[in-house]
Design a protein around this ligand. Structure first.
Ligand code: ATP
Ligand code: MG
Length: 443
């Protein structure tokens, strides 16, 4: 068996052994305990969940190594030197490397990962901060680009704290109309405004004793910020239309993909609120800065999507795998996950470049496949996106034309050759106004 690193197999085997030992300890605790109190049950459940997460992670890691053993060559990953399947791979961190040890140590301390995986040092930094912050009631601000796992991190913080068995209430501050914000957060009394037919609890009251997750906090309008600040200072709320103050004990985790310091400079976010919310500040790195996790995520979401769509896992053609390893993922882990679901939906046994969404597809022609792929850039600029789309359309069209010429206009044969879903191919032909009969001999 080829390994990521010398001694990696031993590290992995030791991890399994350590896991089995932990499972055995859990089992005997349960078997011999005369009586288990509720807090202990919760602790045991958390440990069991942590173990389950770790088993999943290890099994994906092992399967990924086996897939490589089966002969799939890995082409160069952005920022990493060219390697072949015969050489050690830069992914993922082996169990006996420092990063692996850090994860093991978290696990040994019964840390609940809530499905978060990855051994990237910056992710582990964030998890270790979360571990320390979780048992306290200090507010935590999680920031990072879209799709980097901010909400997942909020759940991790909740799950590892003493409030884990209490409510976890999520509020999307960007999705509530200004007029309803106060009532949504703090509740209202019957008749407080038109439409307030009954007394209603707000999110803060619902989160009493638990955690309130204030997502997209950067979108909270200034009047809402003032009210939130007041609650943070007094730990009390007033329902809209009521003079009565109600004590609330909710731990606050806020998240944003905005640069709040910039918003402060622009005058759209209150500095005092920022400091209140960011006592603990966790920044999640974008996926392009933890590329070492991409292969593991591809394997994980490949399996997950196959299971969800009740099909066999899709194999990735080498050039598609290259692309997926090099791509910049402006939408981060969510984008990667969605891509894998798309491939599982559209592809036959093997997915290829043609199954990628048009706006990121690097021209599915055979010529393009032979040429080295450029390192994907983040298409922030609209005109760049348009240019990419136009180039991609052009390449797609010429590829389709060539394919139809080679198969004498037989779509079924072309679908077979490219291992594509026939109806997807038909859709592409229609999009480009191509008619298969125009390519038949004698036409
Ligand atoms: N480290 C990780 N391991 C496994 N899955 C992850 C990880 N980080 C994120 N995910 C997954 O990626 C997806 C996006 O995560 P999440 O919704 O937490 O991101 P977000 O930062 O809140 O995004 P947005 O800013 O768009 O709201 C989810 O499916 C989540 O489970
Ligand atoms: Mg989110």
């Amino acid at each position: 068996m080829k390994l990521y690193n010398p001694g990696g197999e031993r590290g992995s085997a030791m991890s399994y052994a350590a896991l089995l030992e932990k499972i055995e300890i859990l089992r005997s605790t349960l078997r011999w305990a005369a009586r288990i109190e509720r807090p202990d049950i919760e602790k045991l459940l958390r440990q069991a969940n942590g173990l389950r997460d770790e088993v999943m992670r290890l099994s994906h890691q092992t399967r990924f190594v086996q897939a490589l053993d089966a002969g799939a060559a890995i082409e160069p990953v952005d920022g990493l030197e060219r390697r072949t399947a015969a050489e050690p791979l830069p992914v993922p961190a082996p169990a006996d490397a420092p990063a692996g040890e850090r994860r093991q140590a978290l696990l040994a301390r019964s840390f609940v990962f809530e499905g978060t995986f990855g051994d990237n040092p910056r992710l582990l930094d964030a998890l270790e901060i979360a571990e320390k912050a979780a048992p306290t009631d200090l507010p935590v601000l999680v920031d990072g680009e879209s799709g980097t796992g901010k909400e997942l991190m909020a759940k991790v913080i909740h799950a590892n704290g003493s409030r884990a068995d209490k409510p976890y209430i999520s509020v999307n501050c960007g999705a509530i109309p200004d007029s309803l914000l106060e009532s949504e957060l703090f509740g209202h009394r019957k008749g407080a405004f038109t439409g307030a037919a009954n007394d209603r609890k707000g999110k803060f009251e619902s989160a009493h004793k638990g955690t309130i997750f204030l997502d997209e906090i950067g979108e909270l309008p200034l009047p809402g910020q003032v009210k939130l600040l007041r609650v943070l200072q007094s730990h009390e709320i007033q329902r809209v239309g009521s003079d009565e103050t109600i004590a609330v004990d909710a731990r606050i985790v806020a998240a944003t993909n905005k640069n709040l310091r910039k918003l402060i400079e622009q005058g759209t976010f209150r500095e005092d609120l920022f400091y209140r919310l960011s006592v603990i500040h966790v920044t999640l790195p974008p996926l392009r800065e933890r590329r070492d996790e991409i292969p593991l995520l591809l394997a994980y979401y490949g399996d997950e999507s196959a299971e969800a769509l009740k099909r066999r896992p899709v194999a990735l053609s080498p050039r598609l795998r290259d692309f997926l390893l090099q791509y910049a993922y402006p939408g981060n882990i969510r984008e990667l996950r969605n891509l894998m679901y798309r491939l599982a939906c559209l592809a036959g046994d093997t997915a290829d470049l043609a199954h990628l969404p048009e706006d990121i597809r690097p021209g599915a022609s055979t010529a393009a496949a032979a040429a080295p792929l450029p390192v994907a850039a983040v298409p922030n600029h609209a005109s760049l996106a348009e240019a990419k789309r136009a180039a991609s359309d052009e390449a797609e069209r010429s590829c389709l034309e060539r394919g139809l010429q080679e198969t004498g206009g037989t779509v079924t044969e072309l679908a077979r050759r490219w291992d594509m879903n026939r109806s997807h191919l038909q859709i592409l032909l229609k999009k480009h106004g191509l008619h298969s009969k125009d390519f038949r001999k004698g036409h």
